[in-house]
Design a protein around this ligand. Structure first.
Ligand code: PEP
Ligand code: MG
Length: 593
C-alpha cells in the first residue's frame, strides 16, 4: 500500500511516489494551497499586539465573506440558486455573535493569537453540533468546519485555490485536490505542474492536467503535510514522482531524460498528417476530447480526426454566468465549423460527480451515485432543451453528433430523445436550420446500460464507452480515491465483457462504437480496444500522437486473438500484461525503460 513516505533521501532530497497523471518534467518552486489546521501556529501575545491581532481577525473574516460570496455566485449560475443556498449557512457562521465574541475574548483576554483562538472556538462549536442527535444540525457541523478552514487559510496567508488565477511567478502547485472549476481558471503560464494528495488517473484533476499539458502527479496521499511553499521541487509526470530539493545529480539525470523524450516527440509530430490505419489496413478514427471550442486548434495540431467527446459542462463551470442558448450555440458552432468535415461529438451536460462548481458545493453522500449528468438534465427540461436546441442549431455548421452522458435505463434514453424531438419540431416550425440526419448517441458508462445495450441500440446511432466511469461503476471503485486507485483497471475482465456485449449489440443494430474515457489514449490498453472491435478512440489531444503511432503498428487479427486470451485470464493484471506485451512488441519506443 503506498504511503506519502518519501522513498529516497540524500543530501536533503526527498522523493514522494504518487500516480503519474500527465507526462512531462518540470522544476520550480512549490506553492502549497489549501493547508488545513495541522500547521496551526500557536503563541502567546504581548499586550501591545492585541489590537493588531483583533484587526487581523476582522480582516480574515471579511476576506472569507468575499470568497464565499464569489463561490456562491459561481454555484448559483452553474447549478441554480437552490444549490447556492448552502453557502448562506456558512455566511451565517461568520456573523454568529456568540462565536465571534468568544474568539475576540480569547485574543484580548487570554492573549492567544487569532489562529489558535479561532481554531479552538470553531472546533468546539463543530464538535457540539456533531454530537447532537439531529441530522440537520449534524450537517451544520460540516459547515462550521468548512468555513473555519477558509478563515484559517486567510489568517495564515495560505494561498487559496482562487489565487491560482493571479500568480506572479512560475510554481508547482501542491494541493489536497484541485476542483475542475479551479483548474479551469488557473494561469497556464505560471502553473508549471500539479501535485495532489488525492485522485487517480481518471479523476478530473488528472484529465484537466493532460488537457492543459501540465505535468501532474496525483494520489500522493498526504504530501501537502510534508511540503512547504517556497521549497524547490522537480515534478516527474511520467513516473509519478515529486522530488523536493533535488540534487544536481538528479537534475542532470532528468535533463537527459527530457532530451530523449523531445527527440521522440519530433517523430510523433511527423505522423500528424498520416491516417490512423492499422498495419493490416483497418481504419480507426482517432479523435480528441475537448471542453472548449478554442481546443479545436490543439485537435488539429495533434493530428486527430475531429472530436469524440466535447465535455460541455466546462463551459458552465468556467464562467460565473451559465451560458444561455445563444452562447452555447456560438461555442458549439465554433468547434463544429473549425473541424468540419470531421465529426464533433457534443455531450450534453455532465455536472455532478466531481465536476462541481466549487470544492464544496454539493452535499451528497455519494455524488457519483447521485444527482448527476442526464439526471440533472431530465429534472430541468427547460435548461436541457436550451442545450439541445443549441446543439441542433450548430449541426447546420459542421458534422455535429449529439451524445447523452450517464444513461442507465431505456426510460432515460427515451425521455431525452422525446425532448430532442420537441426541439427539432420547434426549430422546424420556426424555420431554423439544423441537420435532420444529425447522429444521436449515448455514453456507455453505467453497467446497466451495457447490459441492456440490445434494447438501447435501436434508439441511437452510436455508443461511446466512458471507461472512467464504466470502470468505476463496474468494479465499485471510486475514480477519485487514491486508496483504491490501483483497483481502477479498465482491463478487468468484467469491464471487458461488458464492452464485448455492447459491441455485439451495436453490430446487430448497425451502430458504431467508440471509447472516449482516458484509457482510449493509454498505449498499454489500446490493443484491447482494437481487439474488441471499437471503431473510434478519443483522448486528450496531448496523447493522440502516441496513440496513432501505436495503432499504425497493430494488426487487428493479432489484437483480437490477444484480447480473447486476455479475457480468459480472468484477472485485470493478466489482461493488462497481455495487452501491454503486444503494444511493447510492436511499438517499444512508447515504453522507454
Ligand atoms: C468517462 O466516464 O469515461 C468519460 C469520458 O466521462 P467523464 O470523464 O467526463 O466522466
Ligand atoms: Mg463519465
Amino acid at each position: 500500500m503506498p504511503t506519502s513516505a518519501q522513498f529516497s533521501s540524500h543530501a536533503g532530497e526527498r522523493a514522494y511516489p504518487g500516480i503519474a497523471a500527465a507526462g512531462g518534467v518540470v522544476h520550480a518552486r512549490v506553492l502549497v494551497i489549501g493547508h488545513g489546521p495541522a500547521e496551526l501556529p500557536e503563541r502567546e501575545l504581548d499586550a501591545s499586539e492585541v489590537p493588531g491581532e483583533l484587526d487581523r481577525f476582522q480582516r480574515a473574516l471579511m476576506e472569507t465573506r468575499e470568497e464565499l460570496h464569489a463561490v456562491q455566485r459561481q454555484v448559483s449560475s452553474a447549478m441554480g440558486a437552490k444549490e447556492a443556498e448552502i453557502f448562506e449557512t456558512q455566511l451565517l457562521v461568520l456573523d454568529d455573535p456568540t462565536l465571534l465574541d468568544e474568539v475576540n475574548r480569547g485574543i484580548a483576554e487570554r492573549r492567544r493569537n487569532a489562529e489558535a483562538a479561532f481554531h479552538e472556538v470553531a472546533g468546539k462549536y463543530a464538535d457540539a453540533l456533531a454530537a447532537v442527535d439531529d441530522d440537520y444540525l449534524r450537517e451544520r457541523a460540516a459547515d462550521v468546519r468548512d468555513v473555519a478552514h477558509r478563515v484559517l487559510n486567510n489568517l495564515m496567508g495560505v494561498a487559496s485555490a482562487s489565487d491560482l488565477s493571479r500568480l506572479t511567478e512560475p510554481v508547482i502547485v501542491v494541493a489536497p485536490d484541485l476542483s475542475p472549476s479551479t483548474t479551469a481558471v488557473l494561469d497556464r503560464t505560471k502553473v508549471l505542474g500539479f501535485a495532489t494528495d488525492g485522485g487517480g488517473q481518471t479523476s478530473h484533476t488528472a484529465i484537466m492536467a493532460r488537457k492543459l499539458r501540465i505535468p501532474a502527479v496525483v494520489g500522493l496521499w498526504q504530501a501537502t503535510r510534508h511540503v512547504r511553499s517556497g521549497e524547490y521541487a522537480l515534478l516527474d509526470g511520467h513516473s509519478g514522482t515529486l522530488i523536493l530539493n533535488p540534487t544536481d545529480a538528479t537534475l542532470f539525470q532528468y535533463g537527459q531524460i527530457r532530451e530523449r523524450r523531445a527527440a521522440f516527440e519530433q517523430r510523433l509530430r511527423d505522423l500528424r498528417e498520416q491516417p490512423a490505419v492499422t498495419f493490416d489496413g483497418s481504419k480507426i478514427i482517432l479523435a480528441a476530447n475537448i471542453d472548449d471550442p478554442a481546443d479545436a486548434a490543439a485537435v488539429k495540431e495533434a493530428g486527430a480526426e475531429g472530436v469524440g467527446l466535447f465535455r460541455t459542462e466546462f463551459l458552465f463551470l468556467k464562467s460565473s454566468e451559465a451560458p444561455d442558448e445563444e452562447a452555447q450555440f456560438a461555442a458549439y458552432r465554433e468547434a463544429a465549423a473549425a473541424l468540419a468535415p470531421a465529426g464533433v461529438v457534443i455531450r450534453t451536460l455532465d455536472l455532478g460527480g466531481d465536476k462541481l462548481p466549487a470544492e464544496d458545493a454539493h452535499r451528497e453522500e455519494n455524488p457519483f451515485l447521485g444527482w448527476r449528468a442526464i439526471r440533472i438534465s431530465l429534472d430541468r427540461p427547460a435548461q436541457f432543451k436550451q442545450q439541445l436546441r443549441a446543439i441542433l442549431r450548430a449541426s447546420a455548421h459542421g458534422n455535429v453528433k449529439l451524445m447523452y452522458p450517464m444513461i442507465s435505463s431505456l426510460d432515460e434514453l427515451l425521455a431525452a430523445n422525446a425532448l430532442l424531438d420537441e426541439c427539432r419540431q420547434e426549430l422546424r416550425s420556426a424555420g431554423v436550420p439544423f441537420d435532420e440526419q444529425m447522429e444521436v448517441g449515448m455514453m456507455i458508462e453505467v453497467p446497466s446500460a451495457a447490459l441492456i445495450a440490445p434494447l438501447l441500440a435501436p434508439h441511437v446511432k452510436f455508443f461511446s464507452f466512458g471507461t472512467n466511469d464504466l470502470t468505476q461503476y463496474t468494479i465499485a471503485v471510486d475514480r477519485m480515491n487514491e486508496r483504491v486507485a490501483h483497483l481502477h483497471q479498465v482491463s478487468h475482465p468484467g469491464v471487458l465483457r461488458l464492452m464485448q456485449m455492447t459491441i455485439e449489440a451495436a453490430r446487430e443494430h448497425g451502430c458504431w462504437v467508440g471509447v472516449c474515457g482516458e484509457a482510449a489514449g493509454d498505449p498499454a490498453v489500446i490493443p484491447l480496444f482494437v481487439g474488441l472491435g471499437v471503431q473510434e478512440l478519443s483522448a486528450t489531444p496531448a496523447v493522440v500522437p502516441a496513440a496513432k503511432f501505436l495503432v499504425r503498428r497493430l494488426k487487428v487479427d493479432e489484437a483480437r486473438a490477444m484480447t480473447a486470451e486476455a479475457i480468459r485470464t480472468g484477472t485485470a493484471k493478466g489482461a493488462y500484461e497481455r495487452s501491454l506485451a503486444l503494444a511493447r512488441q510492436v511499438a517499444p519506443e512508447l515504453f522507454p525503460t
